[in-house]
Design a protein around this ligand. Sequence first.
Ligand SMILES: NC(=O)c1ccc[n+]([C@@H]2O[C@H](COP(=O)([O-])OP(=O)(O)OC[C@H]3O[C@@H](n4cnc5c(N)ncnc54)[C@H](OP(=O)(O)O)[C@@H]3O)[C@@H](O)[C@H]2O)c1
Length: 276
Amino acid sequence: MRRTVVITGASAGIGAEAAVALARRGDHVVLVGRNPDKLAAVVDRIRDDSGSTPDSHVCDFAALAEVRRTAGRIAAAYDVIDVLANNAGLIAKKQTSTVDGHDMTIQVNHLAPFLLTSLLLDRVTAAAAGRIITTSSAAHTSGWLDPDDLDFQRRRWARWRAYGDSKQANILFTTELTWRLRQTAVVATCFHPGVVRSDFGDSTGLFRLAKKLSPIGFVSPSQGASTLVQLAATEDGRGIPGAYFDSGRLARPTSRAVDPDLAERLWAVSGAMTAG
Ligand SMILES: NC(=O)c1ccc[n+]([C@@H]2O[C@H](COP(=O)([O-])OP(=O)(O)OC[C@H]3O[C@@H](n4cnc5c(N)ncnc54)[C@H](OP(=O)(O)O)[C@@H]3O)[C@@H](O)[C@H]2O)c1
């Protein structure tokens, strides 16, 4: 039976490469991306490469109404989702508020995938062995998120601080999801893909410069996608609830990123912040 795999951030970088690889393995891939032209190019690439036609949805995570609309369309099209890969992400150049009034980095990297997952959860639990995979980062180690101030209204905003918080949130989300889904066959995992030579971080001068001047240490987008493909297509991570992988290997995140009380508080706050 052909699996259905939904991948966000599929219009570029890690998400696009993972989509190509999983389609090549025979999965039906459902691509979610922000830029329609880039998304269409990945659809064409997959059609040429594997002969199958992926489904695709344009959605800007900076607007929660778009996330709700996209979730509705995907839920209407698929009764069962075998893999949901929450991969879309960015690092905002300056402090920006979304139309929903939230910090841009926190919304795109955490609140939007939280909402998408909540709205598609019954489709993933309907699968025989569902998987929810979230692209986190080693940058979670700099995360000190405050569930009562996710939007940096009381704390000083800095771009890597907001990014670190959002990537810590990805792991806390996986921790709480694992607890909530303990009676189901769904496995939630997350990972750091390595430092990837994708479009990521091009808005920050330092990251762009590092990519240009010292390419050693950066891996290609397809190498970056390999952990996502591993968690989507092999048994790795299964049996290790809430597992965090770093470049293909099981790793230990910071204790702040797997704190069960913090995970529960973040879940409650995220639910309130994304309530329609
Ligand atoms: N690159 C690294 O070194 C690195 C390291 C650790 C973790 N990560 C994580 O890996 C994930 C993928 O990043 P990447 O390296 O593949 O970067 P990328 O090439 O910049 O791709 C990012 C993807 O996220 C999508 N995206 C960005 N903002 C969005 C928004 N507002 N709404 C919907 N989609 C949006 C982009 O869509 P469009 O292209 O259509 O705009 C694109 O598909 C991110 O979560 C990132 O935090 C990356």
